[in-house]
Design a binder for this molecule. Structure first.
Ligand SMILES: Cc1cc2nc3c(=O)[nH]c(=O)nc-3n(C[C@H](O)[C@H](O)[C@H](O)COP(=O)(O)O)c2cc1C
Length: 188
């Protein structure tokens, strides 16, 4: 099984990257491939909302030929995709949001008969890290993600919010085990 992980923080050694690293290690221990894409150094233009991608449901027919195309192709080829983002103002980081928006090109006929998706049936998961420790602090992101999963006709296979984050060397004690759980649930 091949898993693509998407790191949405600018920090290569930050909180999100650290928890994500534990997840990737566990996946590898289980015999899976985990390949990380660091979104921050990719060129991912904002969705133009032109809807030209709607003209061809069989491929990523986006008019913008930037790194988002290759990333989405890797997502389509993988067995599972893990989205990992710090919470920024109760939402996804800009790097992650740009890619999510470009995912408009992965789907046709949303909310209509003939709804199709290049991500149909794909296992997807969400990891969020944040400073605030409230249990429902990332609720908005998880609600949005559930709807994104429906939009993509994908299969949610795990989610985790690690709150109370300060620095990577002082992550909450239970977060490592929670990360391993997420790896296992993503693998199915
Ligand atoms: C611009 C910005 C906005 C943030 N907004 C929130 C927020 O709304 N809620 C929260 O709990 N933490 C917030 N944080 C804290 C980060 O989510 C938290 O430190 C996270 O673990 C950082 O992950 P990283 O080290 O992978 O970048 C914010 C941080 C920044 C820089």
């Amino acid at each position: 099984m091949q898993v693509i992980t998407l790191l949405g923080s600018a920090k290569k050694k930050g909180n999100t990257a650290t928890v994500l690293g534990w997840i990737e290690e566990e996946l590898k221990t289980m015999g899976y491939t985990a390949e990380r894409i660091y979104l921050n150094n990719k060129s991912i233009g904002s969705c133009l909302g032109c809807a030209k991608c709607r003209d061809n449901p069989d491929e990523i027919a986006c008019v913008q030929k930037d790194d988002a195309i290759d990333i989405m192709e890797q997502m389509i080829s993988a067995d599972a995709v893990l989205f990992a983002s710090p919470i920024y103002f109760w939402s996804f980081s800009a790097q992650m949001k740009a890619l999510i928006d470009r995912g408009y090109a992965l789907v046709t006929n949303y909310h209509k008969p003939g709804h199709t998706s290049l991500m149909r049936g794909k296992r997807v998961g969400l990891l969020v890290t944040g400073a605030d420790a409230f249990e429902d602090n990332a609720e908005g992101m998880f609600t949005a993600f559930d709807r994104i999963v429906d939009f993509l006709l994908a299969r949610k296979s795990g989610e985790l919010y690690v709150g109370g984050c300060t620095t990577p060397d002082r992550l909450p004690e239970e977060s490592r085990n929670q990360a391993l759980e997420l790896a296992r649930s993503l693998a199915g």
